[in-house]
Ligand binder design. Structure first.
Ligand code: 2HA
Ligand code: ZN
Length: 271
């Protein structure tokens, strides 16, 4: 068995959590990440027969039975993940009943997975149904994205359009746009179902006045999606109170999307 501290998936999870903390997206215990792992990569580092404990998830995830996830722990701080991954992270497998998580590694102080596991697993199911390559669900509280929630309409066409206008590359990076949910109680199956419904259409979903969810094929892609939204939101917050002299026109955004060959939400432009 190889030493898990050398596993590329663990090292990348640690550096991603550190970067998110460094950027101010994940204060205190804010934010959570789940990464879908292959049995073959997990079994190089841990004995997958040995279940440390079982933890109920509180909902059914039949299409994820037997699947492995590396997940941040509830109440844990992103700033501490890199220094002590075995306490702040866990590797779980969804058991045969579809409603229990089998802990195989981690949460070493007796902890458990993030309180947002319903949103994560339901979002994994939704993304996998439209893109079998999806492996990551990431939640955080990026400052400018959150600030924008208080001064901009929470309408997904208008919100996406404003973000696309703020940086030339936005429409190319997230041509599918940003889904938006109103404020909802977090940690519940209800917000999980609402997030997953949006995830069938969008890789980015704003949780009104709370934060953002991102989905992607790996940690870098997902981080990059949220990072690009946050950059655009920062430009918006730096300029929203000033008279606008210039703007990227809708015809120019169309030109960009067509030049880079991305499948964009045409109904989010006013052509
Ligand atoms: O895990 O961000 O939404 C802490 C949170 C809950
Ligand atoms: Zn949150």
């Amino acid at each position: 068995m190889k030493d898990i501290s050398t596993a590329p998936f663990l090292k990348k999870m640690c550096s991603t959590a550190s970067n998110m903390y460094r950027l101010g997206w994940d204060e205190r215990n804010g934010g959570n990440i789940s990464l879908l792992l292959d049995e073959s990569e997990v079994s190089e580092y841990i004995d997958t027969i040995r279940v440390i404990r079982t933890i109920p998830t509180g909902f059914r995830a039949d299409s994820l039975i037997g699947k492995y996830f590396l997940v941040t722990g509830t109440g844990k701080y992103f700033k501490n993940v890199e220094g002590d991954p075995e306490n702040n992270l866990g590797i779980i497998r969804i058991a045969e009943d579809g409603t229990t998580a089998e802990l195989l590694w981690g949460y070493s102080d007796g902890g458990k997975f993030t309180s947002e596991l319903p949103s994560h697993l339901m979002s994994h199911m939704a993304r996998l149904s439209v893109n079998p390559e999806n492996r990551v669900i990431m939640h955080s509280h990026p400052t400018n994205t959150l600030a924008m929630n208080y001064v901009h309409e929470l309408d997904e066409k208008k919100f996406t359009h404003t973000l696309w206008e703020m940086c030339t590359e936005c429409i190319v990076v997230f041509p599918d746009g940003v889904g938006v949910l109103p404020w909802m109680l977090c940690g519940t199956n209800e917000i999980g179902m609402a997030t997953a419904e949006k995830m069938k259409e969008f890789r980015l979903v704003v949780w009104g006045m709370h934060g953002i969810y991102g989905a992607g094929k790996d940690l870098d892609e997902t981080f990059g999606l949220i990072e690009t939204v946050e950059k655009a939101a920062q430009i918006y917050m730096l300029t929203a109170h000033l008279p606008r002299k210039n703007t990227i026109k809708d015809s120019e955004m169309q030109e960009l999307a067509e030049y880079f060959g991305v499948d964009y939400r045409k109904d989010f432009l006013n052509l």
